[in-house]
Design a binder for this molecule. Sequence first.
Ligand SMILES: NC(=O)c1ccc[n+]([C@@H]2O[C@H](COP(=O)([O-])OP(=O)(O)OC[C@H]3O[C@@H](n4cnc5c(N)ncnc54)[C@H](OP(=O)(O)O)[C@@H]3O)[C@@H](O)[C@H]2O)c1
Length: 350
Amino acid sequence: MKKVRCAVLGATGVVGQNFLRLLVAHPNFELVAICASDVRVGLKLASAKEQVDGGIPIEFADLVFDPIDVDVLAAKQVQVAFSALPADVAKEVEKEAARRGIKVFSNAGAYRMEKDVPILIPEVNHAHLALVREQDTPGFIVTNANCTATGLAMALLPIIPFGIRKLVIASYQAISGAGYPGLSALDILGNVIPYISNEEVKLRQECTKICGALRGGAIAAADWEVHAHCIRVGTLIGHLISVHVELQSEISLQEVQDAIMHYQTPQPIAGLPTSPDVPIYYLEQVDRPQPRYDVMLGTPPRTRGMAIAIGRLEVARNVIRFVTLSNNLIRGAAGGSVLNAELAHRQGML
Ligand SMILES: NC(=O)c1ccc[n+]([C@@H]2O[C@H](COP(=O)([O-])OP(=O)(O)OC[C@H]3O[C@@H](n4cnc5c(N)ncnc54)[C@H](OP(=O)(O)O)[C@@H]3O)[C@@H](O)[C@H]2O)c1
């Protein structure tokens, strides 16, 4: 079958380079264009500084940066744009691309809270993809969540059927979450920063939208009470979250363990190239999950970094407590977008 022609916008950044890695030999997508800031135009991808293990894929090294101009993308017959742009740039570019018929799968926060734009995490809310039909453009914008909200929503997935009332969260977020070059070494080395601009608001708003219900062309957000502290720590990749969940009624440890351990990917997503065989790992060792050891979970190899981990599980009456870890650059960013596009492809929407 003919592959869908795609572009990566923001191809030099930490998320952009994960897109490149995931698009190598992808069965559905063919990378035909790359963009970054104006200074890159005309240079080869190989000239960019490597941001991920394994570096710039050799298959794409000779691609030349295009200007970030929708006319240029249209001339190259780009059908799908994977966006890893800063939010202010994304605000301009993504809407224009959708107006020109391009299907945009974005990591940026610019359009996440628009009422006709889904924040898609296929395992959690694959039905929300239909919301793009409310957009009045020939193309569309699908976003994925803030990287912390993604890990949280995935971890809540087996628990949602028990009836959630309240969440109290503390995140321990890696420095790669701030992009490259990100924080100054003087700020973060030997330090912990108990504030990340806008993160707590985003986490609250996005997780209730993601876990809400699509009714009559709009999403009714989940009516959970959510409290969050988002904290930057000196780890490289992987956002760890301590989660306290209050349910509407009592539950046993065994029931929660069973729900997590027997969780299975919903049928519409199962078998997609970037969908891991086991999306949620339950780790019984008392000192796991840890970013150093557990941030690249996922089989088969194409899905490494797409599975999340849950550990430190405790249940008392109607309260569940656990620690969860997800890869902010793969599950929380590039891999999430590629999975969203694969779902749209499977549903004939590209
Ligand atoms: N890092 C994460 O964990 C994470 C997770 C989820 C979502 N996100 C979101 O994903 C997006 C990318 O994040 P990142 O961490 O990859 O950031 P990053 O490392 O700073 O990369 C930003 C990319 O955008 C390009 N860019 C910057 N200004 C531009 C402009 N004016 N015109 C065109 N391109 C421009 C950069 O190109 P140059 O190199 O040429 O400047 C680079 O390719 C952001 O919206 C972020 O909020 C990030």
